[in-house]
Write a protein that binds this ligand. Structure first.
Ligand code: PMP
Length: 374
């Protein structure tokens, strides 16, 4: 199997599984218990927190463990909004945020807040000028992803944080797709709150974190004394230990990014040469090194994915499947891509286990199959 769906999830690294097993076998007690085993679990939790903080450039007290990025995003937005001045009734979200996050924004808009979406240009990059024009003294919160999960496009979160803060608004960044793929430092990133998810960087599913800058006005949303009262519920210690192990394994992300960009560029160039009607979105702009978002002429994504499947290649479409039917990607729609082209979108996302041989195999085998399906 050639796995080219790393933006969806990654296989847990062996060291991650080992760390989780060890935690389940040894420090399984409740870290809030005052007895010996409970205190062992508490120490293990503290050690994992210290590792997460040191890899991500924050203080241990700034880490709030969650069940993943969906929860971290929700906690950030609701917690920051609950602490904002009541006169601030407007929220700004990126127009190409993750579907779950946009749904949260819409739910808040239905409850009386005014939602404005930060527009992107046809190449998927954020229109910073128009973002600036949307700022104002009535904005409570700006929420923008660091990298898009479909196009891989990197967003100017630091510049937008500067704009948000100049207008007295809080800034949240969903860094789920960036953390683990490119270097990240919370101390210098400019945001008040940052979400991440372990399963995107060879950690386990169902665990992530919200990094919340010390001193940021925030109202907890889940009652309970855990996580310094900011997120109640017994911590998922095996998951947290697995996430810490995955972060420790990341190593030199600049070198890894260069390797993946080289592989991705070779893949894109080879596909365009063999199939000249290949169109690649966002290929000329700063984007995640291993992400390629493309269509092969007007061949439907369903057809291409089925052919990839016969070759043993796992990839995904840009379409969100809902109730049996495929809907064009909201990301491509925001870029102004017509629905028929968007329904042809296929995402190939490379990762740490992708090798040059995988790219070569794909380049040898896919073009003849697709040429026959023209
Ligand atoms: N945000 C982005 C940008 C994502 O790509 C994802 C996962 N697809 C999420 C949030 C949700 O993450 P989780 O699976 O940890 O809830």
């Amino acid at each position: 199997m050639i796995y080219l769906d790393h933006n969806a999830t990654t296989a847990p690294a062996p060291a991650v599984v080992a760390a989780m097993l060890q935690t389940m076998n040894t420090t399984w007690a409740n870290s809030s218990s005052s007895h010996g085993p409970g205190q062992d679990a508490k120490r293990a939790l503290g050690a994992a927190r210290a590792t997460v903080a040191s890899v991500l450039g924050c203080r241990p007290a700034e880490v709030i463990f969650t069940s993943g990025a969906t929860e971290a995003n929700q906690l950030a937005v609701r917690g920051l909004l609950a602490a904002a001045e009541p006169s601030r009734r407007r929220i700004l979200f990126g127009s190409v945020e993750h579907a779950s996050h946009l749904r949260l924004a819409q739910a808040l808009a239905q409850r009386g807040l005014v939602l404005d979406l930060l527009p992107v240009r046809p190449d998927g990059t954020l229109d910073l000028e128009r973002a600036g024009a949307l700022m104002g003294p009535d904005v409570a919160l700006v929420s923008l992803m660091a990298a898009n999960n479909e196009t891989g496009v990197l967003m100017p979160t630091q510049a937008v944080a500067g704009l948000a803060h100049a207008h007295g608004a809080a800034m949240h960044v969903d860094a789920t797709q960036l953390i683990g793929k490119l270097p990240f430092d919370f101390a210098s990133c400019g945001a008040d709150a940052v979400s991440l998810s372990a399963h995107k960087f060879q950690g386990p599913k169902g665990v992530g974190a919200l990094l919340l800058r010390q001193g940021t006005p925030f109202v907890p949303q889940t009652p309970g004394s855990q996580e310094r009262g900011r997120r109640g519920g017994t911590e998922n210690l095996p998951g947290i230990a697995g996430m810490a192990a995955a972060l420790e394994l990341l190593g030199d992300l600049t070198a890894q990014a260069e390797r993946l960009a080289t592989l991705r560029d070779a893949l894109e160039a080879g596909l365009q040469q063999a199939l000249p009607d290949t169109h690649i979105w966002s290929c000329g702009v700063p984007r995640l090194p291993g992400t390629s978002y493309l269509r092969f002429g007007c061949r439907s994504a369903d057809l291409v994915l089925q052919r990839l499947d016969t070759l043993g290649v796992a990839a995904s479409s840009g379409a969100a499947c809902s109730s049996g039917g495929s809907e064009p990607s909201h990301v491509l729609a925001a870029m102004g891509v017509p629905a028929d082209e968007a329904l042809a979108a296929v995402r190939l996302s490379l990762g740490p286990d992708t090798r040059f041989d995988d790219v070569n195999t794909l380049l040898l085998q896919l073009p003849p199959l697709l040429a026959a399906a023209a």
